[in-house]
Design a protein around this ligand. Structure first.
Ligand code: PMT
Length: 217
C-alpha cells in the first residue's frame, strides 16, 4: 500500500503477551506471539503513520523507520509505557494479550520444591485499555477481544464498558484464529456497525482493520 493515508498521524499499538514473574525463574504468560500487533504496526507505518509499538516478550521484529519499538515485560510495565505516549496519539490499538492477574508476591530467590503443595496468590492487574477509555479525549480507541464463548456479547460488552470506538473480535473457536497462527478471523464492532471478515493472513487482517480505521479519521 503506497498511499500515505496516515501521514501526520501518530499511532500507539501494543503487541504480544505479558509475563508476570513468580520468581527469578518462572512466570505466568500466554500464547500471544506478537504477530498481530507487529503486522498492524508495519501496515500503519507503510501508510505513513508514526508508530509507537509497545510489545511484551516476542521474537517479532520491526523493520520500518516509522516504527519506534519499546519492549516491556509485565502488565504494569506496559501500563506505564502506554501512558507516556497516550495523550499525544491520534489512534491507539491494543492487540496485546495483557495478563489480568499477577502474583501478589514475586519471590526474590528461586522457589524451592518441598513435600507440600504450592499456592500462588494472584492480585488483579490494572486494565490498561479500560483506563485509556476513561482518559480518552481526542483519540480513536481500538481494542481487541479474544473470546472462547458468548463471543459477540462479550465483545460488545467490552466496547461499551471500556469506552472504545471500535473492537476487534477473534474467537479461539474459529480454526486458524487467535494466537499461534499466521492467520486470523475477525469481526469488527463499533457502537453502530458490525462487519465480519473471512480467515486470512494476519498481514491482510491488519489491512482490513486499518481500512476501517481510515474511514473513522
Ligand atoms: O500475538 P498473536 O499470536 O498474533 O495473537 C494475536 C491475539 C490473539 C493476541 C490478538 O489478536 C488479540 O486478541 N489480542 C487481545 C487479547 C486479549 O487479551 O483480549 P481480552 O479480551 O482478554 O482483552 C480485551 C482488551 O483489553 C484487549 O485489547 C487487551 O489488550 C486489553 N486489556 C486486557 C487486560 C488488561 N489488564 N489490560 C488491557 O488493556
Amino acid at each position: 500500500d503506497s498511499k500515505q493515508s496516515f501521514a501526520g498521524k501518530k499511532f500507539l499499538i501494543t503487541a504480544g503477551p505479558t509475563y508476570e514473574n513468580i520468581d527469578p525463574v518462572r512466570f505466568i504468560g500466554n500464547h500471544s506471539s506478537g504477530k498481530m500487533g507487529f503486522d498492524l504496526a508495519k501496515e500503519a507505518a507503510e501508510r505513513g503513520a508514526e508508530v509507537i509499538l509497545i510489545s511484551g516478550p516476542s521474537s517479532q521484529k520491526a523493520n520500518n523507520k516509522n516504527i519506534t519499538l519499546h519492549r516491556v515485560t509485565s502488565a504494569q510495565e506496559m501500563f506505564d509505557e502506554v501512558f507516556k505516549y497516550y495523550d499525544n496519539v491520534d489512534v491507539a490499538i491494543m492487540s496485546a494479550a495483557v495478563a489480568d492477574y499477577t502474583p501478589k508476591v514475586k519471590a526474590t530467590e528461586k522457589i524451592k520444591k518441598n513435600e507440600n503443595e504450592l499456592t500462588i496468590e494472584l492480585v488483579k492487574n490494572k486494565d490498561i485499555l479500560r483506563t485509556m477509555g476513561e482518559k480518552k479525549t481526542h483519540q480513536l480507541l481500538v481494542g481487541f477481544a479474544l473470546e472462547t464463548q458468548n463471543e459477540e456479547e462479550n465483545a460488545k460488552g467490552k466496547l461499551v464498558k471500556k469506552n472504545l470506538d471500535m473492537i476487534i473480535l477473534n474467537s479461539l473457536r474459529d480454526e486458524g484464529a487467535g494466537f499461534a497462527n499466521a492467520t486470523n478471523k475477525i469481526k469488527i464492532f463499533t457502537p453502530t456497525e458490525e462487519q465480519s471478515f473471512s480467515l486470512k493472513s494476519k498481514e491482510d487482517v491488519a489491512k482490513d482493520i486499518l481500512n476501517f480505521v481510515e474511514q473513522k479519521l
